[in-house]
Design a protein around this ligand. Structure first.
Ligand SMILES: Cc1cc2nc3c(=O)[nH]c(=O)nc-3n(C[C@H](O)[C@H](O)[C@H](O)COP(=O)(O)O)c2cc1C
Length: 314
């Protein structure tokens, strides 16, 4: 009979030690969830992206369903930096889990100003949401290209001593190069990835289902894309990769860890089942105990590639 083990679910993201690899995806986590589970069971708390000033967000409708997921074009409504400093930070500082603050901006200078402003005691890491349109690059997201990714992450690196995570976009055709650019510019981790750009039309009215016409797809439909990108980035980079996209079951979590992720973020699944993250923490620990797996190191990056795989996929 196997010896009973208490598995160590801890994971290291750069200098940050997390008690387990389960954390929320930005924009899908709120104070209300404290009503349904103990938020301190999570590996970290990742907040909705904030921008420097007040912003109203996009026209409605801002969300719509699609098979195997949803689409959103929320547009980052933000109460700005003052609300973050005066209201949100004191609230979240009451928890033990490390606080990750997601920031975004439409220009390099605005990004830098915000990064400086959120580098406060009580913040454990900054997640740079570089999937937003960069006004200085014709509205193309920073994370679409290695050069714009390098420039913005280098600027952010220069203005904070906090761990800096770069959240990539699945809309780029060169994820490994973008990941490497973020790493070379000083990012401490990659979050892979944000929503995938999509569109939906109501045929009866011939109108777009989202007020913004296009929006970001999330949920199970994008999981294979996020998993593939996680694998590509983990192979190309030495900094930790945090997988994100369509994760809703323990099997999904394990797939991302095997592909090379050192932690995962859960987004859309929380809307369907608000306690899912707490259950995944328990399920992961129980699975590790049952399998005799003593630490996550025995799972992370253990994908076995069949000899016959030749890299041709079409
Ligand atoms: C309603 C909604 C709001 C989101 N808001 C943000 C946001 O503010 N910042 C961000 O970086 N990502 C945001 N995302 C993207 C998620 O963090 C995540 O990257 C994406 O949804 C893929 O994960 P999922 O399939 O588990 O939802 C949002 C997603 C949804 C569905």
């Amino acid at each position: 009979m196997k010896d009973f083990i208490t598995p160590d679910t801890g994971t290291q993201i750069g200098t940050l030690a997390l008690q387990n690899p389960i954390m929320p995806a930005s924009g899908t986590f709120s104070e209300d969830l404290a009503d349904v589970f103990d938020l301190d069971v999570l590996g970290a708390h990742v907040l909705k992206t904030i921008m420097h000033g007040m912003r109203a967000g996009n026209p409605t409708p801002r969300v719509c369903d699609m098979p195997s997921g949803m689409m959103n074009a929320i547009g980052i409504p933000s109460k700005g930096i003052d609300d973050f400093r005066d209201r949100m930070l004191p609230y979240w500082a009451g928890y033990g889990a490390p606080l990750v603050v997601s920031i975004s901006a439409h220009s390099m200078d605005e990004f830098v100003r915000l990064c400086e402003a959120v580098s406060l005691p009580g913040v454990a890491a900054i997640e740079a949401n570089i999937s937003c349109p960069n006004i200085e690059a014709d509205g193309r997201a920073f994370a679409m290209r290695p050069d714009t990714t390098h420039t913005v992450i280098e600027r952010l690196r220069g203005c904070t001593d906090l761990p800096l995570w770069a959240k990539l976009s699945p809309n780029t055709g060169e994820p490994a190069e973008v990941g490497r650019a973020a790493q070379d510019a000083g990012a401490d981790a990659l979050v892979v990835a944000n929503t995938m750009l999509g569109m939906s039309i109501d045929v009866a009215s011939r109108t777009p289902r989202l007020g913004n016409v296009m929006g970001g797809m999330s949920g199970p439909a994008i999981k294979p894309v996020a998993l593939r990108m996680t694998y590509q980035c983990a192979r190309a980079c030495h900094i930790p990769v945090i997988g994100c996209g369509g994760i809703s079951t323990l099997e999904d979590v394990l797939e991302f860890l095997i592909a090379g992720a050192r932690a995962v973020q859960i987004g859309t699944a929380t809307f369907q089942s608000p306690t899912i993250m707490a259950r995944l923490v328990t399920q992961l620990r129980d699975w590790m105990a049952a399998q005799g797996v003593s630490s996550l190191g025995e799972i992370i990056g253990t994908l076995e590639i069949p000899q016959a795989a030749d890299g041709v996929w079409a």
